[in-house]
Every structure is written in structure tokens, then in C-alpha cells.
Design a protein. Structure first.
Length: 312
């Protein structure tokens, strides 16, 4: 699930999925619709993930099947661009590893825990982005970014139960959601340092990294058991890989390269809103007043941080 966060660049802007974006582009209704469509697709991705979890698949198995299918299809395209990224292969490797783990962790969080908590904890991105940009990229922390960090950290503190967070360890789903956001930010920082890696390689290497990391975990620690899910379920898994994952990625890539940076940044909030609303209406989940307060703080932080990136 690529996450789009706009960064300033040299005459271009780079989003967290590695998409170069011109600072001034001629917007089209189709591009705007593509970006909205991708936000809806990623916001609703918990629905097929919950289905696959119900039939016995895990996040690791999805990485070894659905994500691996897209990764295999992407390998020839990435290899064809090797002359361009050869000098920055280490950055491409970092992008693949960090995005790969982020996908595995986020998928596991959605499949095993509350959709609402997973999405909200994942959206600690404003804090990770601001802190990472300051410590690694030597960026200056302006008042807007400081406020975004404070709001996002405060929101997560409230959602996790306030002072209770210091008295008990987070659940596996919570830890996965938090680590996913952290790894997405790390991949975004690697993207910002890269200058020669083409769009296709930046976008698709995450699927390769996801499959490779899942295979490495299987070899080093535990081999996941493949449940007997039947031919129909395998067909749905194939459709999920080719239509939802690949299609959503292509919509995102098309949209962010053809929509103004400031508008593209704000539109990413659609993903969070769609996930929260759908989880409550379709999934039957609910939030306490305390959780609503934390969610509002995180949403405000996300908007502030995206506007900060657009104004940079």
C-alpha cells in the first residue's frame, strides 16, 4: 500500500512512494479522479485482507503470494532500468527493504487487529517524517511541523490508552502498525536521497522487497503453513494482486504525477477517512470518545504536515 507524502526536491517533488512530481503540472479531471480512486482503494483494502485472514492466510503468506506475483511481473521492468539506477542501487535496495517490511507489517496489522487502530497508529507518519527529516536530512523544524509532531504523538498516546501505554506492552497488531509507518518514512527518506532511480523502479521495487523479506523470514525463522483454500480462493487472490494491488499502485502513480503538489498532499487524507468510516459502517467497529479525540489530533497532524510539504 503505497503512501503518498510530498517532499521538496530539485525542480521536482518526490512522494513517499518515490514518485517524481513536477512542482507545476497541468491538472486534469482524470488525474484527480485517479488520485481519489487510489485513496478509496487503499482505504478499503482491509476488506479483502480480512477475508483472506478468515480463510487462514497470514500477512506473510499474502506477501509470498499476492505481493510476490506483482513483484515477479515487476522484475523485468526494474532490470530494464538498471543503467539508470545502477549508481544508486543501495538506495533502491533500501527502498525495497523498508517498503517491503512496511507492506508486510501493515497487512498483518489489518488482518489481525482493529482496522481503526491500525490505520490511526500507522498515521503517526507526520511525527516520523518530521523527526527523520530533521535528524537525517538536516531539515529545519518550523512551527507547523512541531505542531504536527505534537498532535500526532499526542493522538497516538490518547488512542493507546493514555498512561496505560506505560504499563502494558502493545499488541502485535499495534506494534506492526507502528513499525509499518516508521518503515514507510525510512523508505521515503531513501527516496529523497535518490536522484537517478526511475519512476517504475521506485514504484514497483516495494513488491519485490515484500516478497523477498517474507521468504527470508520463512527460511530463517518459521515456514508458514499453506491452508487448503480451494481454487476459487486462489482465483480471488490472483485478482487481488493484479487488480487491487497493481491497479491501486498505477492509479496512485498516475494521479500524483499529474496533480499539483498541494492538492495531492491533501487528497491523501481521503485514505484515512475512507478506512475509518468503512470500518465503522461495514466492519461494525466503534471508537470511544477518547479514541475520537486521538483520531482528530492525528488527522489534524496529517493535514498540517502535508500542507507543510506542499509549501516547502
Amino acid at each position: 500500500m503505497p503512501i503518498r507524502r510530498v517532499f521538496p526536491g530539485n525542480a521536482m517533488s518526490i512522494d513517499a512512494a518515490g514518485t517524481p512530481q513536477a512542482s507545476r503540472v497541468a491538472e486534469t479531471p482524470l488525474a484527480f479522479a485517479a488520485l481519489m480512486g487510489s485513496g478509496i482503494a487503499w482505504g478499503l483494502i482491509w476488506i479483502p485482507l480480512k477475508f483472506f485472514a478468515a480463510i487462514g492466510l497470514t500477512g506473510q503468506m499474502l506477501a509470498l503470494t499476492a505481493y510476490a506475483l506483482v513483484g515477479l511481473a515487476a522484475l523485468p521492468l526494474i532490470w530494464r532500468e538498471r543503467a539508470a539506477w545502477r549508481g544508486e542501487w543501495h538506495l533502491l535496495l533500501m527502498i525495497g527493504v523498508f517498503f517491503g517490511w512496511a507492506n508486510i507489517a501493515f497487512t498483518t496489522a489489518l488482518m489481525t487487529g482493529s482496522v481503526l487502530r491500525a490505520m490511526l497508529l500507522f498515521y503517526l507518519l507526520p511525527a516520523w517524517g518530521a523527526l527523520g527529516g530533521t535528524l537525517i536530512m538536516r531539515e529545519r523544524l518550523n512551527l507547523r511541523r512541531v505542531l504536527a509532531v505534537a498532535l500526532s504523538l499526542g493522538g497516538v498516546f490518547v488512542i493507546m490508552g493514555g498512561a496505560e501505554v506505560f504499563r502494558q506492552l502493545p499488541s502485535l497488531a499495534d506494534a506492526m502498525a507502528l513499525s509499518s509507518g516508521l518503515c514507510y518514512t525510512a523508505a521515503g527518506i531513501a527516496n529523497r536521497q535518490a536522484r537517478r532511480i526511475p519512476l517504475v523502479s521506485r514504484t514497483l521495487v516495494s513488491f519485490v522487497g515484500c516478497a523477498v523479506l517474507a521468504a527470508a523470514v520463512a527460511l530463517l525463522f518459521t515456514t508458514p503453513a499453506l491452508p487448503d483454500i480451494g481454487v476459487a480462493s486462489w482465483g480471488l487472490l490472483l485478482l487481488f494482486a493484479c487488480v487491487w494491488l497493481l491497479g491501486g499502485t498505477l492509479l496512485t502513480t498516475y494521479g500524483v504525477t499529474r496533480v499539483e503538489v498541494s492538492r495531492a498532499a491533501i487528497l491523501q487524507v481521503v485514505e484515512l477517512l475512507v478506512a475509518v468510516i468503512s470500518a465503522m459502517i461495514i466492519g461494525g467497529e466503534s471508537m470511544s470518545l477518547k479514541a475520537w479525540c486521538g483520531a482528530a489530533m492525528i488527522l489534524a497532524a496529517t493535514v498540517l504536515e502535508s500542507r507543510n510539504g506542499a509549501a516547502a
